[in-house]
Ligand binder design. Structure first.
Ligand SMILES: C[S@@+](CC[C@H](N)C(=O)[O-])C[C@H]1O[C@@H](n2cnc3c(N)ncnc32)[C@H](O)[C@@H]1O
Length: 238
């Protein structure tokens, strides 16, 4: 992977603010649910946080110190542009490590040994980069092992593809979509809710979370006519 800024992503996110708002609200609700089984540490390792386009300010405000890790060298500047007010008002310190999470994860964990960790919507790209389901599955299992004893969570793509549902009125909103990690997704219902068409991509993120967790499924109209189903869960007390 290269360390160039992904201006395509930033431009898309900027222009999609209205279309992504309902997804952001659902993510904010999920982020707020952290800490139901154990106290939340004052430090956060935020992996793939980018400019925090879909980050909840209330969630950020819970921490004294955040270590952002992203391959995009522009991430901290853009993150400050977007969330500087919240960081200042709540005296949150923001530090940055630039590079590949898979190479920097151990260093980040050693830097903040008590921090909780959020994999912030980047693991769904993994099998596209590795081009191997085995390598991806091994990576995900090794991540789970390295997280042992921490409070950690992930939001990641599960499925994506074309869908003709209008994001302003689609029947996917206003319903709690849940699944259980390690079990099949309610695929037909997810497809129907966004009027799925044609071919859909499986992001092979089924091994990210330990089995047996209740997960939240969140629709994301990434561009007009194309939907993602995100999955999010916190792993606590394990
Ligand atoms: C879909 S964006 C998610 C952005 C963020 N969660 C937000 O709300 O704006 C994925 C982000 O992860 C970063 N990323 C993807 N793979 C990475 C990796 N292996 N190591 C570090 N950063 C990565 C990209 O640079 C990008 O900023």
């Amino acid at each position: 992977m290269t360390s160039a800024s992904d201006w395509h992503w930033h431009a898309r996110a900027w222009m999609a603010r209205r279309r992504w708002a309902a997804t952001g609200d659902q993510l904010a609700g999920w982020m707020a649910s952290i800490g139901s089984a154990q106290p939340v540490p004052a430090q956060l390792i935020l992996l793939g946080g980018s400019a925090g386009w879909m980050m909840s300010p209330d969630f950020l405000a819970r921490f004294q110190c955040i270590l952002l890790v992203d391959i995009d060298p522009w991430a901290p500047r853009l993150f400050r542009l977007r969330h500087g007010d919240t960081l200042r008002r709540h005296a949150v310190q923001l530090d940055f490590l630039c590079g590949d999470v898979h190479e920097l994860l151990d260093r980040a964990l050693a830097t903040l040994p008590r921090a909780c960790v959020l994999f912030d919507n980047f693991l769904g790209l993994d099998s596209i980069y590795t081009r191997s389901l085995d390598v991806t599955a091994r990576r995900m299992r090794s991540i789970r092992q390295r997280m042992r004893g921490r409070l950690w969570g992930s939001v990641h793509d599960r499925l994506s593809g074309p869908g003709t549902a209008d994001w302003r009125r689609a029947e996917c909103w206003g319903r709690d979509w849940t699944a259980q990690s390690g079990q099949d997704l309610p695929q037909q219902a997810l497809f129907a809710a966004v009027q799925a068409q044609g071919q859909w991509l499986d992001h092979h993120t089924e091994h990210v979370l330990p089995p047996g967790l209740r997960t939240q499924l969140i629709p994301w109209p990434i561009i007009p006519g194309r939907w993602h189903w995100l999955e999010a869960a916190w792993v606590e007390g394990r």
